[in-house]
Design a protein around this ligand. Structure first.
Ligand code: ADP
Length: 636
């Protein structure tokens, strides 16, 4: 392979050697190798890989191989700082330039750039509007540009950022340098927009699998939210997780109530002082606190890889947001759970914001889709994958409430739907209709003043669902709205039957309707969860894992970096399974490269040795205990 600077590309053996030397990995994840080769060839590219898909390595590794400095455009300062800290910990020369830096630090970075002492430079998009930055970049050899979170460039995306539009100047200004865009969530329209806006030249587009098979999705109507949240926390005792709320005041009240109930957590939202926000985020990243209650302001750049659950206490405004927010769970590839508790009120709040936005049509479309996702009992993995324009090949995902058979499907959905829809048709007057609460009263046959005044007790639908609970009927109505058979109209959210709804009335279409969760099913679910957990921990000494984790937290505090930068949970689990006590055995642990071997082998081996000592002491007085032999990696 000939590279754009005329030199010969390294052979695959050398690439694997670098992967092991710096990252401590022995194989590539899906599409990493292909993306790396595009960068080495110097051909523009767009790569979409799910969160946790290993995007950073795709550009960090070729940056080491190619001559010159790679420039990475990244939207968030915290994200840049963490990436730079991670690279430095691996022994790679990297820095960032952003507007929050003191002048002296700035000068020292510029100095390093001029001395050609950097392999990677992270900068924020607005820096590129600055002539002096452009001049600086022009004055040194560049290997390539990376646009991280490239969906921010598109109006059709979910996180549009005005200053990303300016990135088109890269191709205009640095004609011979290749540009590589990366994103985790982009529909087909957004992918096309990224290519157009950046003016990429004959780009290679690689779209990784959107699906995150290790995430288990569950979506339920919201009832007593605090109880619903604490039920989840009970199931995930001592595990790290994020709880997303819609508004700042919800964050404050949920966080305070949970702390009172003994679920230690820290809040995060834009209304808190910078100092508190940073302190809480850092505490979470360094594993001093395991639960964060937050608005969506928390997240981008949160690379803690061992997040085991994400709870949405309300519906997000798009499936892109949902994919991105849930995507923060299970980046280490181990099973993680995503729970969403939604309600019709969430839809109203988001549509209020959409109405005031210049992107109204796009936002409303995304909102209807996410509501449909909530209310439609179908494989959640399949729905997400379809939305991002890919085929879902498996028959069942075995990782959502629908496929795990946790939803109690109704045997005769057509009859239930027809009863509700015909009630909506019958109560609707020429000029006005009625909301869900009224429709439920009529179906249940409640004799209220309003019903009497409208004389609706004489309708044939009055009392035809008298045997069902209010919760049940409300739940059915939400599903019919979510699936597009009913529509909410106007200021009072009155119900109206849509065209597809009329097809249900004539029996041409059949909705899928599920009952609210029942106790018996819940038990089966937690049994299955336990089984999964057991598999996940097979061969791992959990007490040793706990001690290794404590050591990692201590080191993270000392160094002032997030814990995952030191080692991922996968690496600690591998240590707790193999129990290495020699540097040689430690080098074979997952995620141990040369730099980490040098920095940490001694420290973690010491923890393992102390644990072995503890085990020996503990069993010394147990009858037959002196025969117990502590297995050590590397021993025959
Ligand atoms: P993304 O930016 O796509 O969300 P990251 O770059 O943060 O993902 O990578 C997610 C996790 O996967 C990190 O812990 C990273 O070290 C790990 N990872 C990346 N590449 C590999 C690989 N080839 N083998 C094993 N783990 C990898």
């Amino acid at each position: 392979m000939k590279m754009n600077n005329g030199t010969m590309a390294p052979n695959p053996g050398q690439i694997y050697a670098i992967l092991k030397q710096y990252w401590g990995y022995t194989s590539f994840l899906d599409l990493q190798e292909e993306t790396i080769s595009s960068i080495l060839e110097g051909r523009d590219s767009l790569t979409m890989l799910p969160t946790g898909g290993g995007k950073s390595l795709c550009f960090q590794l070729p940056a080491l191989i190619k001559e010159g400095m790679a420039v990475v455009i990244s939207p968030l300062i915290s994200l840049m700082k963490d990436q730079v800290a991670g690279l430095e910990d691996m022994g790679i020369a990297a820095c960032c330039l952003n507007s929050s830096m003191p002048a002296a630090a700035w000068r020292s970075v510029v100095e390093r750039i001029r001395r050609a002492g950097l392999k990677l430079l992270y900068i924020s998009p607005e820096r590129l509007q600055n002539e002096s930055t452009i001049d600086l970049l022009r004055s040194v050899p560049l290997s390539f540009f990376v646009i991280d979170e490239a969906h921010c460039i598109s109006h059709w995306g979910h996180d549009f950022r005005g200053d990303y539009r300016n990135l088109r100047i890269i191709k205009e200004t640095f004609k011979s340098v290749s540009v590589h865009a990366f994103t985790a969530t982009a529909t087909r329209v957004v992918q096309r927009d990224i290519l157009d806006q950046l003016k990429l030249d004959d780009p290679r587009t690689r779209i990784g699998r959107v699906d995150r098979p290790n995430l288990i999705y569950r979506v339920m109507p919201r009832r007593q939210i605090l109880k619903q949240i604490t039920d989840v926390l009970e199931k995930h005792k001592d595990e790290p997780g994020i709880i997303y709320c819609l508004r700042r005041r919800d964050v404050d009240s949920v966080s305070a109530s949970l702390n009172e109930l003994g679920f230690k957590n820290a809040p995060y939202h834009a209304g808190l002082s910078d100092e508190t926000r940073h302190a809480n985020q850092d505490a979470f990243l360094r594993e001093e606190v395991d639960i964060i209650v937050a608005t969506v302001a928390f997240g981008m750049g949160i690379d803690r890889s061992n997040i085991r659950f994400v709870i949405h206490a309300a519906m997000p405004k798009s499936l892109e947001h949902y994919q991105q927010e849930t995507g923060r769970a299970g980046r280490d590839g181990l099973p993680a759970s995503c729970y969403m508790f939604y309600g019709g009120g969430d839809y109203r709040i988001w549509s209020f914001f959409a109405e005031q936005s210049s992107e109204r049509a796009v936002m409303m479309d995304k909102l209807r889709t996410v509501y449909n996702f909530c209310a439609q009992p179908q494989c959640r993995h399949k729905m997400l994958v379809d939305y991002f324009g890919q085929e879902y090949e498996k028959r069942t995902c075995d990782a959502c409430d629908y496929c795990l058979n946790e939803l109690d499907m109704i045997e005769e959905p057509l009859i239930v739907a027809q009863k509700i829809l015909s009630c909506v048709v019958k109560v609707k007057q020429e000029r006005y209709g009625f909301g869900a609460a009224y429709v439920v009263d009529v179906l249940k046959g409640k004799m209220t003043d309003k019903i009497e005044s409208m004389r609706h007790q004489h309708l044939s639908v009055f009392g035809i669902m008298s045997g069902e609970s209010t919760v049940f009927i409300r739940y059915m109505i939400e599903q019919l709205v979510g699936q597009g058979f009913l529509r909410r109209e106007g200021e009072f959210s009155t119900l109206a039957v849509t065209d597809p709804g009329r097809e249900v009335l004539s029996g041409e279409a059949v909705p899928a309707l599920a009952r609210p969760l029942v106790a018996a099913k819940k038990k089966a679910v937690s049994r299955r969860r336990d089984e999964r957990r057991e598999m996940e921990w097979a061969g791992v000494d959990q007490e040793l894992f706990r001690r290794l984790r404590a050591k990692r937290a201590e080191l993270a505090r000392q160094k002032g970096v997030p814990a995952y930068i030191i080692f991922s949970d996968n690496s600690l689990k591998d240590m707790a399974a193999k129990e290495p006590v020699t540097a040689e055995a430690f080098a074979a642990i997952y995620g141990v490269g040369e730099s980490k071997l040098g920095s940490y082998a001694g420290i973690f081996i010491e923890v393992i040795k102390q644990y072995h000592e503890y085990v020996r002491e503990y069993f010394k007085n147990v009858p037959g205990g002196h025969d117990i032999h502590v297995r050590q990696a590397g021993e025959a």
